[in-house]
Design a protein around this ligand. Structure first.
Ligand code: NDP
Ligand code: OXD
Length: 311
């Protein structure tokens, strides 16, 4: 046991059991530990956690912090020594679940599901004018791992797809926009807007009245990024004014959404409790082991976060 670097797992026991077994089988040269108090602090090189735990400075030889999720906004990176690498979760399970959720939400909005649910409440039998997928333009804020995975599922339906990112991207079958200058043109061509941006100083409060005003009349929102990116009052005003037609929100600010919040009972809003996508231990452990192998052989890790950029 002695001499081996330690991977310290700071999460629930059920996921820990999957990680322990996989480390023993596939990466025996790295010791697995799941007790923050008893792990040998001088041997801990890798830490997997959702938030930065207290007394981190006792792990003097820590090299990599792995986020349990795809987002890293929950980390206070100022509490991490500058030399420690931060890696977000990039794994097949999380991508598959996001594909399902975004496909479900986009199809529901495309086929007027929230409006039919509202009609059902009033016992109204009335068809709404149908629109073909080829006429429903879907646009993604963020063109990263999860947005690209979701677009792959949506493409066969025939929706015209576009995305907006910080830096220029080129993706087959997707109209790519980038930067502040190209945001208005991207929004003007988007009927269903899917937010898959990371939460950073630049994206906090990004979904605001001005942004909604640039979307076409009747556009709808799917928000699967982070709650603080959305100005909930601006959304409610835009829905009540009839400019936006509906919203599917998987993330809110705060979480849980407090009882009595006007979003809860709004007839044009569908809310799920931050369940769009969840890290799957069986596939996540493979991604982490692969990254530790990469790190130990000097190759770049998948999902390495640019700490200055915040994602
Ligand atoms: P990535 O890091 O792969 O992609 C992020 C994308 O956002 C990139 O295309 C990036 O641009 C773009 N971006 C970042 N900042 C800006 C900006 N200021 N202006 C324009 N574009 C910007 O992230 P993932 O796809 O893996 O995940 C995205 C987010 O999804 C996570 O951070 C998390 O918050 C959320 N998430 C939500 C879940 C849920 O259950 N609701 C589950 C998992 C994740 P560029 O390409 O130029 O770098
Ligand atoms: C994540 C999440 O970031 O679950 O993985 O939101």
């Amino acid at each position: 046991m002695s001499g081996r670097p330690v991977f310290l797992f700071n999460s629930d026991a059920a996921r820990g059991a999957v990680f322990r077994e996989a480390f023993a089988r596939h990466l025996p040269e790295v010791a697995f530990a799941d007790d923050m108090e008893t792990a040998d602090p001088d041997a801990v090189r890798y830490l997997m956690t959702w938030t930065v735990p207290g007394r981190l400075d006792r792990f003097r030889r820590l090299e990599v912090v792995f986020s349990i999720g795809a987002g890293v906004d929950q980390f206070d990176t100022t509490a991490l020594p500058p030399g420690v690498a931060v890696v977000r979760m990039v794994e097949d399970g999380i991508a598959r679940m996001m594909q399902e959720y975004v496909a479900l939400a986009v199809l529901a909005l495309h086929r007027d599901w929230p409006a039919y649910a509202e009609q059902q409440g009033r016992e109204v039998w009335r068809a709404r004018p149908p629109r073909q997928a080829g006429e429903r333009r879907v646009g993604f804020l963020g063109l990263g791992v999860l947005a690209q995975a979701a677009m792959e599922r949506l493409a066969p339906f025939g929706f015209p797809l576009a995305g907006w990112s910080r830096s220029p991207r080129a993706l087959a079958g997707v109209d790519c926009f980038h930067g502040a200058d190209q945001l208005p043109a991207f929004l003007a061509r988007t009927d269903i807007l899917v937010c898959l941006l990371p939460l950073t100083n630049e994206t906090r409060g990004f979904l605001d009245a001005a942004l909604f005003g640039r979307l076409p009349q009747g556009a709808a929102l799917v928000h699967v990024g982070r709650g603080p990116q959305l100005d909930a009052h601006a959304l409610l005003s835009s829905l009540d004014a009839g400019h936006l037609s509906a919203a599917v929100l998987d993330v809110t600010d705060p979480e849980p959404l407090p009882p009595g919040h006007p979003l809860w009972r709004h007839p044009k809003v569908v809310i799920t409790p931050h369940v769009a996508s969840v890290t799957q231990p069986g596939t996540a452990v493979r991604a982490v082991i692969d990254n530790i192998r990469r790190h130990r052989s000097g190759q770049p890790m998948i999902g390495l976060v640019d700490r200055a950029r915040g994602y």
